[in-house]
Design a protein around this ligand. Structure first.
Ligand SMILES: O=C(O)CCC(=O)C(=O)O
Ligand SMILES: [Fe+2]
Length: 236
């Protein structure tokens, strides 16, 4: 196999990270792209800031009534919300009654390029959930199961403080692996691992040059749209 190319594709898109770190297979269908988003981190941060200027960070409640430990926002056609009635994708922000901020084209392009680099061409997200972790914030083991088309992958970007990511199996009781997610890391999972249980351990305190004592995570999904990989990929 030839070494991964670092040549910019267009408008700052790269096949692999600036350090040319090769992708790390995690499971069938799941790949870590180390540092893939690091080179453009300030642009990622600016995009999030523009979103939260319109749809501010808020703490959602779980159906059981507990406050989530992350603060959350969304952009795109569909925003993921949790409240007393359950989990759902909504077209409008419950805080404002207005549609969620549009997904910046650059974000959508980046998510599509990351998915393609992980073997999922044709990924066009219609939802981007943004989670903000302060020290102590965590996400318990769950799987992303509110989307219409489970053949579409998930693209998850980490910014700011490192976190311990929990990667389990298809059953809640399966062994859980712990891995460090660093600033700029991109995790893509789909196919056989699309319904893998995952979570995040309580964030350790620290100071990141760009985000201070926070970690931001952007999770791109196809919430309602159907995933249609380009025909060519089937013959590749
Ligand atoms: O913060 C992360 O890395 C994971 C977030 C997540 O799993 C989710 O929002 O569903
Ligand atoms: Fe998740």
């Amino acid at each position: 196999m030839s070494p991964p190319s670092s040549a910019p594709l267009a408008d700052g898109l790269r096949l692999f990270g600036p350090a040319d770190d090769p992708p790390i297979p995690l499971d069938a269908g799941a790949l870590l792209l180390p540092g893939w988003a690091a080179a453009e981190a300030t642009r990622w941060v600016q995009c999030v800031q523009a979103v939260v200027a319109q749809a501010p960070w808020r703490v959602m409640r779980t159906p059981g009534g507990a406050s989530m430990s992350v603060a959350t926002s969304n952009c795109g056609d569909w925003g993921w919300v949790s409240d007393a009635s359950g989990y759902a994708y909504r077209a409008t922000d419950p805080l404002s009654g207005q549609p969620w901020p549009a997904m910046p084209g650059w974000l959508s392009d980046q998510a599509g390029a990351a998915a393609a680099a992980a073997g999922y061409p044709g990924f066009v997200p219609d939802a981007c959930l943004i989670n903000r972790y302060a020290p102590g914030a965590r996400m318990s083991l769950h799987r992303d199961a509110d989307e219409r088309d489970a053949s579409a992958p998930i693209v998850s970007i980490s910014l700011g403080l490192p976190a311990t990511f929990l990667w389990g199996g298809l059953q809640r009781s399966d062994r859980v692996r712990r891995m460090q997610l660093e600033h700029g890391d991109v995790l893509v999972w789909g196919g056989a691992s699309r319904m893998t249980f995952h979570g995040v351990s309580p964030l350790k305190d620290g100071l990141h040059p760009l985000l201070g004592s926070e970690r931001w995570n952007l999770t791109f999904r196809m919430a309602r749209a159907l995933y249609m990989a380009p025909t060519l990929a089937r013959f590749a």
